[in-house]
Design a binder for this molecule. Structure first.
Ligand code: AKG
Length: 234
C-alpha cells in the first residue's frame, strides 16, 4: 500500500516549536508491552549481529548504505512492523523505511556529534527503549575564519529529552543543517536548553539518571541495488 507523501495532519500537534524546523516528539508512541517485546527481540539476536564501537554497540538491519547503492537484506518481522508503522505516518515522503540501526548505550555511554549524511532520505526516526537520553544539537564547524573559537561548547544549540517509548522524527534543517550527539554521562540535569521539556513531562532543574538505552533508528535508503537471484542449474 502507498504511504502518505507528507507527514499526517494529526502529527502536527507534536511539532517542537522551540527547535529548528522540523522536530516531531511523540511520547508513548509504543506501549510498555511493545517496549518489552522489542527489547527481548534485540537481545535474542545472534551475538554476531552486534558490532562493538567505542562507547556503544550496534546492530545493522536492512543492508549497508553505500554511495553505489545498498545491497538490501530482509528486515526481520519484529522490526519490519515498525518500519511500516512509521512509514504509514508519511515520514519518508511516501517511501517505505528499509534500514534500521539498533544502538545500545550502557549508562555513561554516548555518541559523538555527527550528521547522518546523504545516503539516507533526509528524515531520521527514532524509537527509544529502556531509558531516556538527551540528544544534543550543534552547528557544524564553519569553514569561515571566526574570532570565536569553534569549540563543541560554542557550537552547542539545544537538546531534546527523549523518553523511553517515544518516537522522534527529525527532518529539514534539523536533519540537513545540524549535528546531533549524546554526551557520555550517567545523569542529566535538565535546563531551559531542553526545548521539549513540557512535551516530555519534565521541568527545568530536574535530574534524571540514565539506564541502558536501546534506540531503533529507522530510515529510508533511496539507492538500493537490484540483485539478481542466481539459481543453480538442476
Ligand atoms: O541513539 C540515538 O538516538 C541516536 C543514534 C544516532 O545518531 C545514529 O545512529 O546515527
Amino acid at each position: 500500500m502507498e504511504n502518505p507523501a507528507c507527514i499526517l495532519e494529526e502529527l502536527k500537534q507534536f511539532v517542537v516549536h522551540d527547535a529548528l524546523p522540523t522536530v516531531y516528539y511523540i511520547p508513548d508512541f509504543i506501549s510498555e508491552d511493545e517496549e518489552s517485546y522489542l527489547l527481548q527481540e534485540v537481545y535474542k539476536s545472534p551475538k554476531t549481529k552486534w558490532t562493538q564501537l567505542s562507547g556503544r554497540r550496534l546492530q545493522n538491519w536492512g543492508g549497508l548504505p553505500h554511495p553505489k547503492g545498498m545491497l538490501a537484506e530482509k528486515i526481520p518481522d519484529w522490526l519490519q512492523a515498525y518500519c511500516e508503522k512509521i512509514s504509514s505516518l508519511g515520514a519518508f515522503s511516501g517511501k517505505m523505511a528499509n534500514h534500521v540501526l539498533v544502538n545500545e548505550y550502557k549508562q555513561g555511554e554516548g555518541i559523538m556529534p555527527h550528521e547522518d549524511g546523504p545516503l539516507y532520505h533526509p528524515t531520521v526516526t527514532t524509537i527509544s527503549l529502556g531509558s531516556h537520553t538527551l540528544l544534543d544539537f550543534y552547528t557544524p564547524i564553519s569553514s569561515l575564519e571566526d574570532a570565536v573559537p569553534q569549540t563543541e561548547e560554542n557550537r552547542y544549540l539545544f537538546s531534546l529529552l527523549v523518553r523511553p517509548r517515544s518516537l522522534l522524527i527529525l527532518q529539514d534543517d534539523m536533519y540537513q543543517r545540524l549535528l546531533h550527539g549524546i554526551q557520555a554521562c550517567a545523569q542529566d540535569t535538565l535546563t531551559d536548553k531542553v526545548v521539549n521539556l513540557s512535551a516530555a513531562g519534565a521541568v527545568s532543574g530536574e535530574k534524571l539518571t540514565r539506564d541502558t538505552r536501546v534506540s531503533l533508528t529507522i530510515r529510508h535508503v533511496p539507492k538500493v541495488l537490484k540483485t539478481k537471484l542466481i539459481l543453480g542449474r538442476k
